[in-house]
Structures are given as structure tokens and as C-alpha cells.
Design a protein around this ligand. Structure first.
Ligand code: DOR
Ligand code: ZN
Length: 348
């Protein structure tokens, strides 16, 4: 039985750290295990300009405990008013590693996002020229489209046409949740397309949210789909295909904001993500591919070096206990419950 596993230190290619008291409370839970993370810009107001990204990076660095090293990889929030020159300058300075597309109204703090993709054509063309990736929240917002179909319809109506119009554009399909998205990535031969997969979408399906009572802590966007889709995500993550890598989408909200008649979308997985992933990859006989998923494929797509240090995971005889929630200055934040005991832990 394998009981220890040493891998290159992982990175998180999709993370929400928020701001203020929440930022102070959650940052160490990622910095504990991860060297770098792509930081989502959906603050209120959003991080739109290079100057705003620089100021946000400084606030994040101030929240990293002195004993830890952590590099936030900043992103810009794409709006219909975004200036291509500002994006290019923020990229050239090394500050910004991606631009994030939120279809307006698709998810938390996406009101300032893009309503008509034609209106950002110039920015996308410049990004293709300079090789700057576009991170895509891939869901249509059309109220006539069933929420469980919004990812598949987005690929057909928005993503594929945009990629044809701007062929050099490098795209990360964020937090994919469907077999359709997996197949779309697998069918691509341009080298310009990749996808992140979250920890929770490898573990839960829609029954976890809705069967036997409604469970707001499993509600996120894109919403978890039926079991066949979860299995397609597991197979993609565990396949060793370099186009799939970890983006936890760890998205902290206070319990107060989650447990409402209209609660927020988002699952907080930062503390136990590596334990959950080791469990998943071991269950699928793919522990030897965990390092690719968490530590190699992401830097390869983002054209960054892999991390130079390592982490060791060890399998315990007794379950590893994580707190049910963490306390932050903003309030209690519930930690993802995978629904089974975890035995792997990251050694200190
Ligand atoms: O569940 C989600 N939470 N999905 C998103 O796209 C946004 C995120 C958040 O910011 O809370
Ligand atoms: Zn997200």
C-alpha cells in the first residue's frame, strides 16, 4: 500500500480570496499547501484595470502569514469598457496572468461582465497576439435555458464561435462540470484550449444538493450535474491529459450569506482540497497522476515554471479531521464536507 506520496508543490489555477476580513481569514488556508494561485477578480467593485490588480495583489500579500511564501497570479475582470492597451501593459509588466470573462449575470458579482461578446472582440484579438489566456465562466445567462444545460449551450453558442473568430486565443474553460465540456477539450487540436476542474465537482453530483433536503453548502456555479457528468470529470482529471488541471474555485461565503432563502453560490475547499484529491485519485488508481493534475499541467499551459519545492502527502491509519468551519472576521465559513472520511494529509 502506498502511504506517502511526494509531489511538486501544487498550484491552484482558480481561487477566490475576496477582500478585507474574509481575505485575512482565508488566505493562509491556500498558502498552507499551494505555491501560487490564479486569483479571481470578482470583487465589489471588480478588479478591472492593471492599477486595481496591483493594489489587490498588495492587499493579498499583506494577508499572507510571514512564515509562508505564496504568489498570487493576478487576473483582470473583462468588461465591455476594458482597454486593450491597459490589458497588454498589465501583462507585459508581469503582473497579470489572465483575463476573466464573466457573462453578465452568470454568477456572483458578474453584473459588470460581458453582455455581448462582440463588444470585446478587440481585446480578445490583442490577447491572442500577446498570448494572454482568457479564463472563461462558461454558462449562458438566457433565462429560457435550463440551469443544468447552460454550460453545454455556452460552448455551442458562445465559446466555439469566439474561438473560430479569434483562432489564436488561448482559453481556459473554468470549473467544467459536464461530459460535453470534457469532450470539447479532448476534441481540440489547436493547443490553445485547456480546462480546470474543481475538487468538489469530482466528488458531488446534483443529488448531494437536492436529495433528502436542500444543502446550500453544496450549491455553487456552475451547479453540479448528474452522476454521468461527474464520472466524465473524474476520468478526465485522472487521465493524465495535460489539458486538464486543478482550479479549486474555493469560494468562501459566510454561513450567514449561504443559509438564506436566496443563498450565495460557492464552496470553500481550500483547507482539505489536497486530502480530497489524494482520496479521489487513489480511488481511481491514479495516484501517480495527481502531480500532473495539481502541479505540472497548469504551469505548462500558463507557460510558467513548475514549483521548485515539494510537498509530501501521507496516508493516516485514522481519519484526518478538518474543522467543520473556520472563523473569519467576516463570519463563519463552512468547510467542504466530502461526505466520506479522509485519510491523506499534507505533512507540515
Ligand atoms: O460558485 C461559485 N462561486 N461560482 C462562481 O462562479 C463564483 C463563485 C463566487 O465568487 O462565489
Ligand atoms: Zn470561481
Amino acid at each position: 500500500m502506498t502511504d506517502t506520496l511526494t509531489i511538486l508543490r501544487p498550484d491552484d489555477w482558480h481561487l477566490h480570496l475576496r477582500d478585507g476580513e474574509m481575505l485575512q481569514g482565508v488566505t493562509l488556508h491556500t498558502a498552507n499547501h499551494f505555491a501560487r494561485a490564479i486569483i479571481m477578480p470578482n470583487l465589489v467593485p471588480p478588479v478591472v484595470t492593471g492599477a486595481e490588480a496591483e493594489a489587490y495583489r498588495d492587499r493579498i500579500m499583506a494577508a499572507v502569514p510571514a512564515s509562508m511564501t505564496f504568489e498570487p497570479l493576478m487576473t483582470l475582470y473583462l468588461t465591455e469598457a476594458t482597454q486593450a492597451d491597459d490589458v497588454a501593459a498589465a501583462h507585459a509588466s508581469g503582473l497579470v496572468k489572465a483575463v476573466k470573462l464573466y457573462p453578465a449575470g452568470a454568477t456572483t458579482n458578474s453584473q459588470s461582465g460581458v453582455s455581448n461578446i462582440d463588444n470585446v472582440q478587440g481585446v480578445l484579438e490583442r490577447m491572442a497576439d500577446i498570448g494572454l489566456p482568457l479564463c472563461v465562466h462558461g454558462e449562458v445567462t438566457d433565462p429560457d435555458i435550463d440551469i443544468f444545460d447552460r454550460e453545454a449551450v455556452f460552448i455551442e453558442r458562445v465559446l466555439d464561435p469566439v474561438r473560430r473568430r479569434v483562432p489564436g486565443l488561448r482559453v481556459v474553460m473554468e470549473h467544467v462540470t459536464t461530459a460535453d465540456a470534457v469532450a470539447y477539450v479532448q476534441a481540440d487540436d489547436s493547443g490553445n484550449l485547456a480546462a480546470t476542474i474543481t475538487t468538489h465537482h469530482l466528488i458531488i453530483n446534483r443529488n448531494h444538493i437536492l436529495a433528502g433536503g436542500i444543502r446550500p453548502h453544496y450549491y455553487c456555479l456552475p451547479v453540479a450535474k448528474r452522476e454521468t457528468h461527474r464520472l466524465a470529470l473524474r476520468a478526465a482529471a485522472c487521465s493524465g491529459d495535460e489539458r486538464f488541471f486543478l482550479g479549486t474555485d474555493s469560494a468562501p461565503h459566510t454561513d450567514e450569506a449561504k443559509l438564506l432563502p436566496c443563498g450565495c453560490a460557492g464552496i470553500f475547499t481550500a483547507p482539505n482540497t489536497m486530502s480530497c484529491l489524494a482520496h479521489v485519485f487513489e480511488e481511481d488508481g491514479a495516484l501517480d497522476r495527481l502531480e500532473g493534475f495539481t502541479s505540472r499541467h497548469g504551469p505548462q499551459f500558463y507557460r510558467l515554471p513548475v514549483n521548485s519545492d515539494e510537498v509530501t502527502l501521507s496516508k493516516q491509519a485514522d481519519p484526518v479531521r478538518y474543522p467543520e468551519y473556520i472563523e473569519t472576521g467576516a463570519g463563519k465559513v463552512t468547510v467542504f464536507d466530502p461526505g466520506f472520511d479522509l485519510f491523506w494529509r499534507v505533512e507540515d
